[in-house]
Design a protein around this ligand. Structure first.
Ligand code: PA5
Length: 422
């Protein structure tokens, strides 16, 4: 499902301090499994079935099919935890449903203006996702778009084309009641960045045509594995301990890298999860990502020879899926210097490049590998659960609250002051 391989040094018995680190992590794992009362209000994601049970999956699958039958475009308004998970899956799997476009995540007039132009002549559905309906970026975009929808379709038709996902009892729900929009609960016991397996992530995925049952199945199987595996074999524990061990020894930056560009938006989800969860109280590991091969030709120099503050986690897709094969054709006599590639599959060339990179980087920094079998729904579901669980453990090892994000309020305070928000 997800296989973690730590560098050789971590596999033996004599890495100083590693055994103690694992023991501390095992104690934390024990407490986490027992259910920590101080975090009870944030652990709605811990049992996948709580917010992604079969009934929910059926309802959202049916709603997604209905949306697909009536919409060319599904506009997802949301920022951070309200859009990252859905976008990561939809962009990675490119399902054949409604085209999903993303807004409410920037303040660029150009971006919103060109999105409105793209909607002309197309059948549109809108999903505004906001846990706290005070966030300015989605709030402003929703106002512009719902008024556009009402002008375009008239208030009655616009009403069934607009769905909101928000906190029950919030001003967003009140707005939905007044205007007749459908309202789906944003779980009150899940923070945005942990909300992939809930209405938040699952509705846009279903509208796009993702098989959310398969996604949830991957997450559930990972939940069972991490809930039962003994500490010495528990991949989330080992990953969290590996990270904490390194950060305490000066490696303050984690590079998540892979050779698959379709993971670009998954990286965004991962960066948010770890940056917002861990980066507080003067602690944390700064998450960065490497999209190889391209960034081997930019970041690669620093990774190989720069200041030693990095460790790397390769996200490796082990098996070919549909479309993962393209053979280099012959073109003898042109002298382009690439005859040695003739007849080779780009997939195999990529495997060789990965092995070479792992070896080269491994000479300079600690490199772990997290392997998934294929890029498909089950693997992404498993990765969501794996990283959320590991992030929780990592934060507990670092001694920070995994579920709050007080730091992001600072810019908002100054911005609201500058905008004279009442
Ligand atoms: O993880 C989190 O809680 C945050 O990153 C939120 O998802 C993000 O700030 C968006 O918040 P909201 O849905 O309230 O607009």
């Amino acid at each position: 499902m997800v296989k973690l391989t730590l560098p050789d040094q971590w596999l033996g018995e004599d890495l100083p301090g590693w055994e103690a680190e694992r023991k501390t992590a095992a104690d934390i794992l024990h407490r986490v499994r027992g259910g920590e009362p101080e975090y009870a209000g944030d652990l709605g994601w811990f049992r996948t079935r709580t917010w992604a049970g079969d009934d929910t999956l059926e309802r959202l699958t049916a709603l997604g099919a209905e949306i697909r039958s009536k919409a060319d475009v599904f506009v997802l308004i949301g920022v951070g935890g309200s859009n990252n998970a859905a976008r990561s899956v939809i962009r990675a799997l490119a399902p054949q449903g409604a085209e999903v476009v993303y807004t409410g995540n920037s303040l660029s007039p150009h971006a919103l203006g060109s999105l409105l132009e793209r909607l002309e002549g197309r059948q549109v559905y809108l999903n505004c996702i906001a846990k706290n309906f005070e966030t300015l970026e989605p709030g402003a975009a929703f106002r512009v778009l719902r008024l556009w929808m009402e002008r375009r379709y008239g208030p009655q038709e616009a009403a069934w084309r607009i769905l909101c996902t928000g906190t029950p009892g919030s001003p967003l729900e009140e707005l939905c009641t007044r205007r007749g929009y459908a309202f789906l609960p944003f779980p009150t016991d899940i923070g945005g960045r942990y909300s992939a397996l809930s209405n938040v992530g699952l509705l846009p995925m279903a509208a796009a045509g993702v098989d959310i049952f398969r996604l949830a199945d991957g997450a559930r199987r990972m939940e069972a594995l991490l809930g039962e595996a003994p500490p010495e074999e528990n991949p989330a524990l080992l990953y969290a301990a590996f990270r904490d061990y390194l950060s305490r020894r000066g490696c303050r930056v984690e590079l998540l890298s892979s050779f698959e560009p379709r993971l670009r938006w998954f990286y965004k989800w991962w960066e948010q999860l770890f940056a917002e969860s861990e980066g507080k109280d003067g602690k944390g590991i700064f998450p960065v990502t490497g999209e190889f091969s391209e960034e081997l030709h930019s970041l690669g120099q620093f990774i190989q020879e720069g200041f030693p503050m990095l460790f790397e986690t390769f996200l490796d897709i082990a098996q070919q899926g549909p479309g993962d094969s393209l053979v280099i054709p012959p073109d003898r006599g042109t002298g382009d210097g690439f005859d040695y590639l003739e007849g080779m599959d780009l997939w195999d060339i990529g495997r060789t490049a990965f092995a070479a990179t792992r070896r080269a980087h491994g000479e300079h920094l600690p490199c772990a590998v997290l392997e998934i079998p294929r890029l498909e729904e089950e693997s992404l579901g498993a990765l969501f659960y794996f990283f959320q669980f590991a992030c929780y453990l990592s934060c507990r090892l670092a001694g920070v609250n995994p579920f709050d994000q007080p730091g992001v309020e600072a810019y908002k305070r100054w911005m609201f002051q500058g905008l004279h928000k009442p």
